[in-house]
Every structure is written in C-alpha cells, then in structure tokens.
Design a protein around this ligand. Structure first.
Ligand code: HEC
Ligand code: HEC
Length: 320
C-alpha cells in the first residue's frame, strides 16, 4: 500500500513530465515553422546556370575549401571567409576568379563573364545591363578589380570544370542568403598597420614584401595608338589561363603553337593557322584541345576588335 503522501508526489511528477512532453512537442513543431526573420534558404532551390547549391556544396567539400577558408563559422584561418563573398562580389567576379584562381581578375575578364551571363539570360544578373550597373550592385567587385586586378593570388589553381564552377557559385549564393546576423564582421586594416607589418616582415626575411597594387599594363613596349598583341592579351585576361613558356595553366600554352599540329578531343588533329586561332578565340567550344575542359574559355566574339585580333595572332605567331 503506497502512502498518500507518496501518491501525491507521484501524481505531481506525472503532471510535470506530461507538461514537459507537451512543451517539447510544441517547441519541436514550432522549430519547423518559418517566420520572416528566420527564413532559411534551401540548397536545392538556389541555382546558378543550371547547377544547384547542393551539388555546389559537394564540390566545395570535394576540394576541401575549408582546409584554408572559413564559412559560416567553420574552417581554417589561412584564407578569407567566404560566407558573404557572393553578396559582395556577385556572380561575374566569382566566375572570373574561380576560372583562374592563380590571379585576381582584371576588369576585362569580369566584363567578359558578365556579358556571357547577360547574353545567356542568367536570372542572377536581371536588371544589370553593363559593368557600371554591376559595380553599383556589387561594389566589392570593383574594389577588388581596382586594388588587385591582375595581381597573382595566393590561392592554388585547382582547375575546376565549368559545371564545378557554376555549382560553387550556386553554393556561395546560398551561403550569402543565410541570415548570419552580420557575421562575419567587416575586415579592415589601417594603412599604418599594413605598413608596420610590412616593415617587420621585411626586416625578418630580408626580402621585399609585395602588397597588392594594381599595375597598369602600359610598359610592354609599342606605341600609344596601337597596343601590341602582348598588351591586348594581358588586358583581355588571356594570360590568366595561357602561358608563353610551355607551362599549362587553365588552357594550353602558346609556346611554339603556330604552324604545329594540335590534337583535339574528338580525336582529330588540326594545324594551327590564322583561321584556327581566330576560331579558337571567337568560338572556343567548337574545337576543344585534347586534355582540356570545354566551357572554361569565354567567347571573345564581339569583344575583340579586328585590329586586336590581328595583334593577338601576330603575338602568338611570335612565341617560339
Ligand atoms: C590551399 C588553400 C586554399 C584552398 C584549398 C582554397 N583556397 Fe580559396 N583562397 C586561398 C587564399 C590564400 C586566398 C586569398 C588569395 C590572396 O589573397 O592572394 C583565397 C581566395 C579565395 C577567394 C577570393 C576571396 C576574396 O575575398 O577575394 C575565393 C572566392 C575562394 N578563394 C574560393 C575558394 C573555393 C570555392 C575553394 C574550394 C573549391 C577554395 N577557395 C579553396 C586559399 C585556398
Ligand atoms: C578562363 C580561362 C581562359 C581565358 C581567359 C582564355 N582562354 Fe583560351 N583557352 C582556355 C582553355 C581551357 C582552352 C582549351 C580548350 C579549348 O580548346 O577551347 C583554351 C584554348 C585556346 C586556344 C587554342 C589553343 C591550342 O593549343 O590549340 C587559343 C588560341 C586561345 N585559347 C586563345 C585565347 C585568347 C587569345 C584569349 C584572350 C583573348 C584567351 N584564350 C583567354 C582558357 C582560357
């Protein structure tokens, strides 16, 4: 026989547990309800150029980006945080950067990517008609172009495919939409702090330390009215993907290219002449060089003038 006192406390315990179960269930259900300020983006709903953020996340994981970068609070501190990079720099800058991460993109390369997006009717650039519009939407893209365009980047060249790049952009678009309540805070360094750090590093290593400063490519020779092929190629961002010394970047090297046979991915072979070069620049996906990825080289149709085209061809011819 249970004494009445104990029976009473058992009853209370059962009520308390019952109440806790109810509260737990109600809170559990509420956590699935989306309110305006708790809206969560969904990976499969956010897309870019036909890729969704979920496949992009898999690319992000496959390349271990977090070994160097942080994202929503996780990762390593070797490289900048990427959570809001899409919101800051927009799709065209990201395409240009991820297309050749060995160097920071110049204005010409960002413009080419933007034109492709506009031409393809990509939804993320709706309402953006030209580079000025783009810069006012994404001022941090302009900042990067002005401060670092053409400067070597510390990030290794990971040689992504076109689909991987589009997937990464979709994923970074997704992370930009996450409400992080202002995190990460804006990074800024006072010039005096940078100068001080530079002095220390130089004293310690005995080597000059380069800080990122955009360099104008006006010193490659040639007269002011007609830029040389080398200048055109630099200004158009070709050299982010092509070398002249035989080394492979994103695309084939231009060393000893002219007059030589080139194996194509469809098993055929062509001899490099003016016509082939012209076609490679205007319609890069018509003939893909064996061992290289299609879709990476942007079309320069409508971007290079006839004069610039001739200059580039002469330049490629001259690289022995
Ligand atoms: C081995 C280290 C490393 C890995 C792995 C790496 N990165 Fe980077 N990344 C860097 C460094 C370092 C920088 C800064 C470059 C500089 O300042 O010169 C950078 C810069 C960037 C930037 C430009 C950031 C800005 O604020 O301008 C983007 C975007 C980026 N990385 C994306 C990625 C993505 C996406 C991946 C994975 C697919 C990745 N990175 C993998 C080291 C890495
Ligand atoms: C984002 C990287 C990228 C940029 C920028 C780029 N290319 Fe390419 N290029 C490639 C890739 C990748 C290939 C190989 C795939 C193919 O054949 O289209 C290639 C192929 C070529 C070829 C054929 C080479 C061969 O060995 O047969 C030529 C010529 C060429 N590019 C010229 C240019 C010129 C000129 C520019 C600038 C006006 C330029 N590229 C800008 C990536 C790039």
């Amino acid at each position: 026989m249970v004494n009445p006192k104990e029976q009473k406390s058992r009853k209370i315990a059962i009520w308390v547990i019952g109440l806790m179960v109810i509260v737990w269930t109600v809170l559990g259900v509420l956590s699935f309800v989306e309110t305006e300020n708790r809206k969560r983006p969904h990976t499969v709903n956010i897309t870019f150029a036909g890729q969704n953020a979920l496949t992009g996340k898999q690319v992000f994981q496959a390349y271990n980006c977090m070994d160097c970068h942080t994202i929503v609070g996780n990762g390593a501190y070797f490289a900048p945080d990427l959570t809001k990079i899409y919101e800051q720099t927009g799709p065209a800058w990201l395409l240009a950067y991820l297309g050749s991460p060995g160097a920071y993109p110049t204005e010409a390369v960002v413009n080419i990517q933007l034109n492709e997006l506009i031409k393809n009717g990509e939804a993320s650039v709706k309402g953006i008609g030209n580079l000025d519009d783009y810069y006012s939407e994404y001022p941090k893209a302009k900042e990067r172009v002005d401060e670092r365009g053409g400067v070597d980047a510390l990030m290794p060249n990971l040689k992504f495919s076109k689909d991987e790049i589009d997937g990464l952009v979709a994923f970074l678009k997704y992370t930009s939409e996450i409400n992080t309540a202002g995190w990460p805070p804006e990074v800024f360094a006072k010039q005096t702090v940078i100068d001080e750090a530079k002095k220390h590093l130089e004293a310690k290593s005995g080597l000059p330390v380069k800080t990122a400063v955009a360099t104008a490519s006006g010193d490659a020779g040639g007269d002011a009215t007609a830029p040389s092929g080398e200048e055109v190629a630099n200004a158009m961002g070709c050299m982010a993907c092509h070398s002249t010394d035989g080394s492979v970047k994103i695309g084939p090297s231009w060393k000893k290219l002219y007059g030589e046979p080139v194996a194509l991915s469809d098993g055929s072979s062509v001899t490099v002449d003016d016509e082939y070069l012209k076609n490679s620049i205007l319609k890069p996906n018509d003939q893909i060089v064996k061992g290289f990825q299609p879709g990476l080289m942007p079309s320069y149709d409508g971007i290079v003038s006839e004069q610039d085209m001739d200059a580039i061809i002469e330049y490629i011819k001259s690289i022995k």
